[in-house]
Ligand binder design. Structure first.
Ligand code: PLP
Length: 385
């Protein structure tokens, strides 16, 4: 790794914390297998090291959005003997053949996708492993209940023809992060009905699954045979409404820090950064942090984002630019090169990703996932404990 890049800024990824979080999640759902969701570069934490750590801690499945991500995992050495890999966002004309060859579990929400999967199976000469997805109320991916009989019939025909194996029936929850939301029991009831329909007609899935992190942590009735936590594995609560990470025994995995590249005195009444939205209230010291929206720092955190610098929380002064933003140190001086912490677990006084989410009007998922490729990831504690 490039030393100067590490000196500018870095995201430390504590894989021991990640493994401990996976163990917490397994204890929450002791009767279910665990799929570690590692899409979007492991929510910004680095897909391959995260996948390895999750498997070390007892996950047996890996989940990605795209087949490209799933194939990258196979290429990185996660063969069928080490992990089942499922992905759910297939485009028409996608790498169906490669997916069947690699033994991926392929999500299918309709007959067009099923036809692409079975055509690939015919070419490759082995059955496609199908995870049939039901839209039980999320209204995003998945097969509507009205279209389910047609999809199930077509999948069973493909199975009888040796072109497919129905390995799973699954769905996704819409509002599990809102305690007591009425859509949850209604989605679970619809899921049970759609599973029963498929099984009565002869489907023999290995796994039925619907739980994300919120379901895994708070809804035992959603666990079925497999749970699919993402954000909780990274030590972040799916929503502050459910609780803090510590309430669940989870520890944030990513710490984002940077080195101050310039510290200078400035007079009162001085505009700071583009648009001069911040003006120094008096003679003060300004510090330049070399991270910006090009690194995934939200521009919406202009004037609000918190940073631990010299033992105190400071606030982003003025606008976040593409590569940098400014802190008003209020007259304190810190040596150039001082490390400042944007977010971390929070137990050394630093803000958390959740604090940044609130500052930017978004969710902590987006804060960690958007940290850009220009920020080196430094993986700590890679060796299993
Ligand atoms: C992202 C995703 C998950 C994980 O969701 P979290 O809220 O991060 O736990 C699970 N299942 C599917 C289908 C997803 O897209």
């Amino acid at each position: 790794m490039n030393e100067s890049a590490v000196a500018r800024a870095r995201a430390e990824i504590d894989l021991a914390a990640l493994r401990a979080n996976v163990r917490v999640l397994r204890r929450c759902a002791p009767g279910a297998a665990l799929m570690a969701v590692v899409k979007a570069d492991g929510y910004g934490h680095g897909m391959v090291p995260v996948a390895r750590a999750a498997l070390d801690a007892g996950a047996t499945w890996l989940g990605t959005a795209t087949p490209e991500e799933a194939l990258e995992l196979r290429a990185a050495g996660f063969g069928p003997d080490r992990a089942r890999i499922m992905c759910w966002l297939w485009a028409p004309g996608g790498p169906w053949r490669e997916g069947v060859e690699a033994g991926l579990d392929i999500s299918v929400s309709g007959v067009r996708a099923l036809r692409e999967a079975t055509a690939a199976a015919r070419e490759v000469g082995r059955p496609a492993r199908l995870q049939l997805k039901a839209d039980t109320g999320l209204g995003r991916g998945g097969c509507q209940p009205a279209d389910w009989p047609e999809l199930i019939a077509a999948a069973l025909r493909a199975e009888a023809d040796g072109l497919a194996r129905i390995t799973g029936l699954w769905s996704h929850l819409a509002c599990a992060d809102e305690p007591g939301h009425p859509s949850v029991p209604s989605q679970l009831a619809r899921f049970r009905e759609m599973v029963r329909y498929a099984e009565e007609r002869g489907a023999r899935p290995e796994v039925r699954h619907i739980a994300n992190s919120s379901g895994t942590l708070t809804l035992p009735e959603s666990h079925f045979d497999l749970v699919r936590p993402g954000i909780a594995m990274y030590g972040i609560s799916p929503s502050p409404l459910l609780g803090t990470p510590a309430d669940f025994g989870l520890r944030p995995v990513m710490t984002l820090s940077a080195s101050l590249v310039l510290v200078k005195h400035a007079p009162g009444g001085h505009g700071v950064s583009y648009g001069h939205q911040y003006v120094t209230p008096g003679r003060t010291t300004l510090a330049l942090v070399p991270l910006g929206y090009g690194d995934g720092i939200p521009r919406h955190a202009s004037g609000t984002g918190p940073v631990l610098a010299g033992g105190k929380w400071r606030t982003v002064a003025g606008r976040v630019a593409m590569d940098q933003f400014v802190l008003d140190l209020g007259g304190d001086t810190l040596p150039e090169g001082t490390e400042v912490v944007l977010f971390g677990p929070g137990d050394r006084g630093e803000p958390t990703a959740e604090d940044w989410a609130q500052a930017a009007g978004t969710i902590a998922y987006e804060i960690v996932t958007r940290i850009g490729s220009r920020v080196p990831r430094v993986h700590l504690n890679a060796r299993p404990d």
